[in-house]
Design a protein around this ligand. Sequence first.
Ligand SMILES: Cc1cc2nc3c(=O)[nH]c(=O)nc-3n(C[C@H](O)[C@H](O)[C@H](O)COP(=O)(O)OP(=O)(O)OC[C@H]3O[C@@H](n4cnc5c(N)ncnc54)[C@H](O)[C@@H]3O)c2cc1C
Length: 453
Amino acid sequence: MSIDARSDKRTAAKNVTVTSSPANGKLWSNWSGSVTARPQEIRMPRSVDEVAEAVRVCRREGRRLRIVGSGHSFTPIAATDELLISLDGLQGIVGVDPEGFTATVWAGTKLKLLGELLFENGLSQENLGDIDVQSIAGAVSTGTHGTGISFGNISTQVVGVKIVAGTGEVLDVTRESHPDWFKAMQVSLGSLGIIVQLTLKLRPSYKLEYESRRMLLDDCLQQLEPLREANRHFEFYWFPYAKPSQIKVMNITDKEATGRKVWDHISDVWIENSLFGLLSEMSRKLPGTSKAISRLSASQVPVGRKVNYSHRIFATQRLVRFNEMEYNLPAEAMADVIREMREKIERERYRVHFPIECRYAKGDDIWLSPAYDRDSAYIAVHMFKGMPHERYFADMEEIFLRYGGRPHWGKMHGLQAGQLAERYPMWRAFKAVREELDPDGLLLNDYLRKIFL
Ligand SMILES: Cc1cc2nc3c(=O)[nH]c(=O)nc-3n(C[C@H](O)[C@H](O)[C@H](O)COP(=O)(O)OP(=O)(O)OC[C@H]3O[C@@H](n4cnc5c(N)ncnc54)[C@H](O)[C@@H]3O)c2cc1C
């Protein structure tokens, strides 16, 4: 089956989520507002040829370009004052191989739409992160991950890439056809070219039972191994200054879908977003209340279960805006790192009420994946938008780095080229591919230049 991106009614403009997309001549900003830019021009190509033409124009005129997905990265990784390319006009499924459990999809497809389109074909992604508004190419390019020690990040689902490289060439790349290029393209930071299509390895659709409950943080830290081994997906949130933490697990089930109950809406939208948003505003205006607010939030952790198809269970709504730093660590370091973070937070009395999100992922062989060559823990710290995060993030980062941490590419960090090279064994190999596929630095913005040059 082959569906043209322009002829499928559910693709392209009809499904574009434009909330954080740029508009010509206007100020562009990422989701959290931490990054702004003024692109001279914005293009929304609607075919591979139009993408290639944009690259050719830049090469001819000596301009640089960046690609934006949904603008959900916290760093200036997608920002440019030159040409900004959005693939919002290239969404949908190109073709499905039901026997091989693969699908080729347009790179601009938002994860929510992708989940529904795959589901119509009896297929689903084996794992996802906790929101579904990103584009598939944006998620892949930064190594976006969910949780589950048996599952790699979303990039591990990729088995083929069609890309317009910085040279202007259109390349079809698989592990078999170009082993080095493929390992570089699975997590590329958008620095090799414009990905136009991705082929994903999928599995038959399945339902998940989700359960949220409270557990004392100390008990949770003692039971990390059984919790992560016994559940397909396990994560926990701990609230600074509070004793209880929130445990979330998801496991495959044949039970009936519970549907969308009123209580789910109250819990997901009202408690986790509206009420938390109000408390966050209070914390921003009266920072001295943040400790009490963190404890209050911990005591209100929703307790319950729900069942639905996987793509509808993984995603949550995130209506409260924040800034975030997330680090990948060796899986076995989780408890020690958290104990150190807790001690530091309490000693320094940071004014923070946002919970800290703790997840797991399987190691992989992708050159710039933070989970390269090790089963991993991921720990993310957040700060409400408008509240100072610098000292808190810097001190947490210092702990992460001592345990061999590698930053998430979509989230804030303070590392420069030399420090990154030390942490990624295949850094030089990646740079060699980068120089081959983008010899003129067409895709480099200030942020990437600092990392790669
Ligand atoms: C509320 C929120 C929740 C989040 N939850 C998670 C989570 O659960 N797990 C997790 O790991 N991360 C999470 N993230 C981070 C997010 O998944 C990543 O930052 C992701 O890259 C954002 O996707 P995007 O489509 O917005 O890409 P953008 O932020 O727009 O771009 C990211 C990178 O991808 C590149 N890119 C985009 N499209 C293309 C293309 N077609 N070709 C080549 N390069 C391209 C860009 O140039 C840029 O380098 C979250 C972020 C937010 C704001």
